[in-house]
Design a protein around this ligand. Structure first.
Ligand SMILES: Cc1cc2nc3c(=O)[nH]c(=O)nc-3n(C[C@H](O)[C@H](O)[C@H](O)COP(=O)(O)O)c2cc1C
Length: 173
């Protein structure tokens, strides 16, 4: 089995925000996919030890900002490598509040999606949330960032706390 081919599974790049009681948080995700329409349903895989998993499980809500190629590697590092248990990541980026009361990051984003969790599946290392789209906001017509752009143009990597960690063996043939 050659895990190198997993690096060819191109995805989008997103910031997922959540809130529960007095806590708010944001993290980088590339595992979000639209899996149905009418109603529009998205799936998102969240690593089991991430702080965001607790906030989303408790609140049953999250927002997703679709990153554009304007987002910088430093911005992605702040949100994708540190835990909200240790730092207030939202204090370092621009955001607004969605209709659902959850923050939505506007910096380096094409727009954002407000989501309500309708189901979840436990995959041991990760939880996959299925969520219905409740609101969508268009911000910018810039190109969306892909995982390929992140890896090649920004020379970005995946941390062990991401569901796509097995795609880290990037070895161009
Ligand atoms: C490019 C990239 C993609 C990522 N994708 C995911 C993902 O889909 N799901 C996930 O749980 N973590 C993903 N991560 C890791 C989280 O962003 C990271 O573990 C974050 O620190 C979790 O923060 P939290 O503990 O505050 O929730 C990704 C990180 C990067 C850099």
């Amino acid at each position: 089995m050659d895990n190198n081919v997993l690096s060819k599974l191109t995805t989008g790049m997103f910031v997922v925000t959540s809130a529960f009681e007095d806590k708010t948080n944001a993290f980088i995700a590339n595992s979000l996919v639209q899996v149905a329409s009418e109603p529009t349903v998205l799936s998102l895989s969240v690593f089991g030890k991430n702080f965001s998993k607790e906030l989303i499980q408790n609140s049953k809500k999250f927002n997703v900002s679709i990153l554009s190629t304007d987002a910088t590697i430093d911005f992605i590092r702040v949100l994708g490598y540190k835990s909200g248990r240790d730092v207030d990541k939202l204090a370092k980026v621009k955001f607004t509040k969605g209709e659902n009361g959850v923050p939505a990051v506007t910096q380096g984003a094409c727009g954002y999606l407000e989501c309500e969790v309708i189901n979840e599946v436990d995959l041991e290392s990760c939880i996959v949330f299925f969520a219905k789209l409740t609101n969508a906001v268009y911000l910018d017509s810039k190109d969306p960032m892909t995982s390929e752009y992140y890896q090649k143009a920004l020379e970005g990597k995946l941390p062990p706390s991401s569901p796509g960690w097995s795609a880290r063996y990037v070895k161009e043939k």
